[in-house]
Write a protein that binds this ligand. Structure first.
Ligand SMILES: *Cc1c(COP(=O)(O)O)cnc(C)c1O
Length: 356
């Protein structure tokens, strides 16, 4: 039996989207490939609220996280971490021999504008990374406040991990001033994993030109140059199957309407939060709750594994806590094409199992 996924990626994918991946193949150097990639890029600009170029990478989101720090850091990267995915960015920088410092907070608390200001005031860094939506803790960072601070540091490149939020909550990339905003297909966009997406600002392009060793496969400048020189093509063979599905799914997302889509995510989040508060506690403070995934503190000490096993028998799957919080928290994702009805069905099964 297929278990309906309420985990923070991969998400449930609609049958018709899955079927689009079975479209007969085309060569990636033909006109049809250019038309397809251009179409996707135009639609993604709307979703990202950006006029900058969109880069596609046949990798998961982590690939573009690596590409971003490696392609655009010269002096040093300030990595702001609020959980597991922030830490990942630091590990990526370190194993690429990129000078980087990590600024950590207690899990469940945010990166503040003040923290960013203090770090950048040292003059040591020419790039920062921020996690927009930390999937381990269910926290959304106060990016407007960070954007205000970033206005003071026009020479610094701002990379943002929006892997688990882009397409599920409003992120106005250009208005915020984010230079490289990254997402993956298997979260709020509602596709299978295997394609990563980022915006790439003119400022980031100019920076990358000054970086001598940007790597090869994940060099953002080479992805950008190929779009220019080859009219929206990819340097190697892309997953055209993903392109077909993404082009189709973006039409659906835009037809739903971005504002409607974001409102649906908030509605689902509020339902899960209310349930979480009634029976447990939520991990982050109220001002920083994620609209796409809710992390609940296991204050009753329930056996999360057993709960998930029982849910599995009924055709549902939620997520345990991430890493060190495996049994101390559990997570319910409400992203992509999930509906309030789906969430209600899940929660009523959880109530039944837990005896609430
Ligand atoms: C899932 C996730 C990632 C990793 O993305 P992949 O596509 O699995 O490489 C990075 N950051 C956040 C916040 C995520 O939720």
């Amino acid at each position: 039996m297929h278990k309906k996924l309420f985990i923070p990626g991969p998400v449930e994918v609609r049958q018709d989207v899955l079927e689009k991946m079975a479209t007969p193949m085309i060569g990636h150097r033909g006109k049809a490939a250019s038309i397809l990639q251009r179409s996707i890029s135009e639609k993604l600009k709307t979703v990202f609220y950006t006029q900058e170029e969109i880069l596609l990478s046949t990798s998961s989101g982590t690939g573009l996280m690596e590409g971003a720090v490696r392609s655009c850091t010269i002096r040093g990267a300030a990595i702001f971490s609020v959980g597991a995915f922030g830490d990942r960015w630091y590990e990526i920088a370190k194993c690429n021999n990129i000078p980087a410092d990590i600024f950590k907070v207690e899990w469940g608390t945010p990166t503040t504008g003040k923290m960013v200001d203090e770090a950048l005031a040292t003059g040591k860094y020419d790039l920062i990374t921020i996690t927009h939506n930390e999937t381990s803790t269910g926290l959304m960072n106060p990016v407007e406040e960070i954007a205000e601070v970033m206005k003071k540091y026009p020479e610094v490149i701002w990379c943002m991990d929006a892997v688990s939020s882009m397409g599920g909550t409003k992120i106005e990339v250009d208005k915020l001033g984010v230079d490289i905003c990254i997402t993956s297909t298997q979260k709020c966009l509602g596709l299978p994993a295997g394609l990563a997406i980022c915006s790439f600002s003119k400022k980031a392009i100019e920076r990358a030109k000054l970086v001598p060793f940007r790597g090869a496969y994940l060099d953002l400048l080479s992805l950008y140059d190929f779009i220019q020189k080859k009219d929206y093509q990819y340097p190697s063979t892309p997953s055209v199957a993903h392109y077909y599905a993404l082009d189709f799914q973006l039409d659906r997302i835009l037809a739903e309407g971005l504002e409607n889509r974001f409102a649906r995510h908030i509605e689902m989040a509020e339902y899960v939060r209310a349930w979480g508060r009634a029976h447990f506690e939520l991990l982050p403070a109220d001002n920083y709750l994620s609209n796409t995934v809710t992390t609940i503190k296991n204050t009753r000490g329930i056996d999360v594994g057993a709960l998930n096993k029982e849910l599995g028998a009924r055709g549902f799957e939620i997520s345990n806590g991430y890493g060190k919080m495996k049994d101390k928290t559990f997570r319910i994702a409400h992203m992509a094409d999930c509906t309030l009805e789906d969430i209600k069905e899940l929660i009523s099964n959880m109530d039944d199992i837990l005896g609430f």
